[in-house]
Unconditional design. Structure first.
Length: 341
């Protein structure tokens, strides 16, 4: 007698995970994002970039890995001219000449060593741009993630209530949605930010409480479709409460849409934080972010100091592009029929 084996079809999430992992682009983006999140976590724990605000080099030290640089605070070579005997006699610092020469020698040696170990260069006050951009990544990624979680939670609850119950409650939520979407989003964010002030927590709250409209519209339409499905009617027949039907029966069937919306919001809110901080309404300067760094480089470009802008633009662009591509691949993995249309 031969044993018969039954082929069990994989569940929805397992099948979606296999489709996502089979895509080389998705794996590459996931690797890049994992590196960013690990670096941000290490910075949060104080393992990296703990001394980002410390002066470690001369002002605007150029990026270099090898070789020696001898420069003053403006990047101009210094030529030391030995004074003659008459000038030395009139100089009140002549008795301290040996000590001053020794101090200058130590400073010169330290400046050369620092210039050899700053691959991204230094800013106008001599801070390491590498540590600075890493600390800024921690702030911007934290703001994007927490604001996205807050906005998706608000949009999901409002959309579930409005789509499931409808009636006057649904009309009230539709009116609130219309109010928030009747003005340009960036102006709405600036209005809230100007009233509440700056700060990391304030930026998270502002973006979260103003960015829920996209999630609300998506979840509301899905709940309107799902509330009349057979499995919901069967739950009603066995006496399930409205809350149970909304969050234990319908919500798992729309959770893949919530996940995709969350991924999109992270990128959108990071870009919004950059704009707010650049305009002076976002993260304060003592809590560095990508927007603050971009704001700092505007006068530097006039002087030809390009390395801070190049570093922050490259780091931020790589994260945003990788997250955007990963979101597209995640959407295709969760809804393969939509990707073929």
């Amino acid at each position: 007698m031969t044993a018969m084996t039954e082929k069990v079809s994989p569940g929805f999430w397992r099948a979606a995970g296999k489709r996502l992992w089979a895509d080389k682009l998705a794996r590459g983006c996931l690797f890049i994002l994992a590196v960013y999140f690990l670096l941000a976590l290490a910075s949060t724990l104080g393992l990296l970039a703990g001394d980002w605000n410390k002066q470690v080099a001369v002002s605007w030290a150029a990026p270099t890995m090898v070789g020696k640089q001898q420069q003053d605070t403006n990047g101009i070579k210094v030529e030391v001219v030995a004074p003659d005997a008459e000038a030395r006699a009139l100089d009140p610092l002549t008795p301290y000449e040996a000590e001053l020469n020794e101090a200058a020698k130590v400073y010169k040696q330290e400046a050369v060593v620092l210039a050899e170990t700053l691959p991204f260069g230094a800013d106008k006050v001599g801070r390491d741009i590498g540590s600075k951009v890493l600390k800024a990544a921690q702030t911007s990624i934290t703001v994007g993630l927490l604001a996205a979680l807050l906005s998706v939670a608000i949009g999901t609850i409002f959309g579930a209530v409005g789509g499931y119950f409808g009636g006057k409650l649904g009309d009230a939520l539709e009116w609130l949605y219309s109010v928030f979407t009747s003005m340009p989003y960036i102006l709405l964010v600036l209005a809230f930010a100007s009233v509440l002030g700056g700060g990391v927590h304030t930026v998270i709250l502002v973006l979260g409480f103003t960015g829920w409209t996209g999630t609300y519209r998506l979840i509301r339409s899905e709940y309107i479709k799902q509330r009349s499905r057979d499995y919901v009617l069967a739950a009603s027949a066995i006496g399930a409460s409205d809350a149970r039907k909304m969050f234990l029966h319908i919500l798992p069937n729309v959770s893949h849409l919530i996940l995709v919306q969350l991924s999109q919001d992270v990128v959108n809110f990071i870009k919004a934080e950059v704009i707010l901080s650049f305009l002076g309404f976002g993260v304060p300067v003592e809590a560095i972010s990508w927007g603050i760094m971009i704001n700092e480089v505007m006068p530097e470009l006039v002087l030809g100091k390009w390395w801070q802008l190049a570093t922050v633009a490259t780091v931020m662009s790589l994260f945003v592009v990788a997250f955007g591509l990963f979101t597209d691949q995640l959407r295709d993995a969760l809804d393969p029929k939509a990707s073929r249309r």
